[in-house]
Design a protein around this ligand. Sequence first.
Ligand code: GRG
Length: 296
Amino acid sequence: MTDFQVWAAAQQQRIEEALSQMLPQPTVAPQRLHQAMRYVVLGGGKRVRPLLAYAAGELAGADPQRVDAVAAAVELIHAYSLTHDDLPCMDDDSLRRGKPTCHVEYDEATALLVGDGLQALAFQALAGKPLADDCAIQLEMVGLLATASGSRGMVGGQAIDGESVGKALSQPELEFMHIHKTGALIRASVQLGALCGQTLDSAEMERLLHFAKCIGLAFQVVDDILDAESTTATLGKTAGKDAEANKPTYVTILGANQARAFAAELHQDAMHALEPFGDRAGRLRQIADFIVKRQF
Ligand code: GRG
């Protein structure tokens, strides 16, 4: 295993335990809802957003116990978005993280409530204990996650995604959609992780956010390439969904080769943004490498 794989496995184990503790036990009423919440959150996923939070926390010298809450919050929002996105009224998918989607394993009403419950739990994680020395910063963190998740962030991106089916979007329009749908939560993961630590000056925070914007977009470009070129077995979710749904993607707009070149360009830009941080940004660099080289 590489140094990054060892670190990532340790953080994945750490977030698994934090999430398991935070989620209501399956024996707590209403049992079926709590079992379903645990079903969608535990034991799967790459945990990219928590990894980013831990790495940004490391850069800012944060106490990892504080970052646990932030890492759990962003993963809970992510899990809620996947559960709702898979519903018949949205992407109508039956496979997620290598197992039946929540509405298939349980039912649609449960899947809807699972998402709602996870979203509320994410905010409980952020508000439940001190995460910053200055409570004004913690308040800012709660607001930041709300903006990133809501209609001016992820949910807004999802709305644009729904409206764009069958349309020929320009590259800037596609970028606008992804900066909201995927990028906002990735950016929030980095920013929230950093806010658990020592205050970065505004130029440092700007660089960090530019890094987050670039890797958020690179993540989506790679996701489009994988959706077009990989298999359902490798991805653990249905491959070829974008073409089937007639959705504009980086592959349809640029072609696979240019999309790969664009991902490499974004990666380079992201690395450049981290230069002044030196070794403190080592883990963020490794995550950026993983995001562009990943096969699933
Ligand atoms: C609020 C319904 C609703 C949706 C919000 C994020 C989102 C919009 C929908 C999720 C579906 C989707 C395909 C989003 C694009 C981002 C993306 C590639 C998600 C998959 O994230 P990974 O690869 O998944 O990090 P794992 O399973 O590894 O956590």
